[in-house]
Ligand binder design. Structure first.
Ligand code: HEC
Ligand code: HEC
Length: 198
């Protein structure tokens, strides 16, 4: 019993020093967000092509994808481990924080104009219904595709196609149909279309 008593005393002292338990228990959104900046950039605008920009994505999609990382429904290299470290409340705070930032299209991405034109048509036919305004809208709670980093979108789509990540049933139908008809070239055309959005 003795060590336990020592421990709880030091915890009390600790929280008094931090200004009381209320403050220690609820870190501010910007404090939480600082942890993400190393990879996602300051304010969520990423400079690394394998890491998506998270500034401006809707709160609902943000919370959904963090939950999907936790459960493994969305495959990840790193985010599964990171997401598990945050409570629902903390994720809500983070979602609110990043959704209020402005999305900035990835800088210096190359896009083949011919492929982008093909991709625009494919997008209208297969994806526009849920990823509105050419993939720029956040109102659909489906993430932002236009101007997102191409390498990130490429591996995200290939995980969807390979069944390593879950996606909405209706999206699955459309994406599989597109892939069956147009193959990897169709996906490449879409990626060029999204990369052409500046
Ligand atoms: C070590 C680098 C790293 C850190 C730190 C990190 N992320 Fe990520 N994040 C990634 C990568 C890489 C991906 C793509 C999925 C994967 O492979 O893990 C990603 C994906 C995401 C996505 C999905 C975006 C989309 O368009 O679907 C969200 C949301 C996200 N991260 C939020 C956060 C938040 C919030 C934090 C801080 C609490 C954070 N990340 C910290 C590297 C990181
Ligand atoms: C029926 C609606 C619907 C259709 C059609 C649809 N999607 Fe989606 N898409 C969603 C929703 C909802 C999400 C977010 C939830 C999830 O990831 O499960 C999403 C997520 C995504 C993501 C992940 C975004 C990110 O930031 O990580 C990509 C990439 C994507 N869709 C591409 C496409 C492409 C390409 C098409 C057309 C071939 C398409 N979607 C058609 C609804 C749809």
């Amino acid at each position: 019993m003795k060590p336990r008593k020592v421990l709880s005393t030091s915890l009390v002292v600790g929280s008094v020093l931090l200004g009381g338990p209320a403050v220690a228990d609820t870190p501010s959104a910007s404090m939480l967000a600082n942890t993400c900046a190393g990879c996602h950039g300051t304010g969520g605008v990423s400079h690394g092509p394998a890491t998506p920009t998270i500034a401006g994505i809707s709160e609902e999609y943000f919370e959904e994808v963090m939950e999907a990382y936790k459960t493994g429904d969305r495959r990840s290299t790193i985010m599964g481990r990171i997401a598990k470290g945050y409570t629902k409340e903390e994720i809500k705070l983070l979602a609110g924080y990043f959704s209020k930032k402005s999305f900035v299209p990835a800088k210096g991405q190359k896009a083949d104009p011919k492929l982008a034109k093909k991709g625009a048509k494919l997008h209208d036919k297969y994806c526009e219904k849920c990823h509105a305004d050419g993939g720029t809208s956040t109102e659909d709670d489906a993430g932002i595709l236009a101007g997102q980093w191409k390498p990130y979108l490429k591996y995200t789509l290939s995980d969807f196609l390979a069944g390593k990540s879950e996606m909405p049933k209706k999206m699955k139908k459309k994406l599989m149909k597109l892939h069956k008809k147009k193959g990897d070239a169709g996906i490449e055309a879409l990626l060029n279309f999204y990369a052409s959005k500046k």
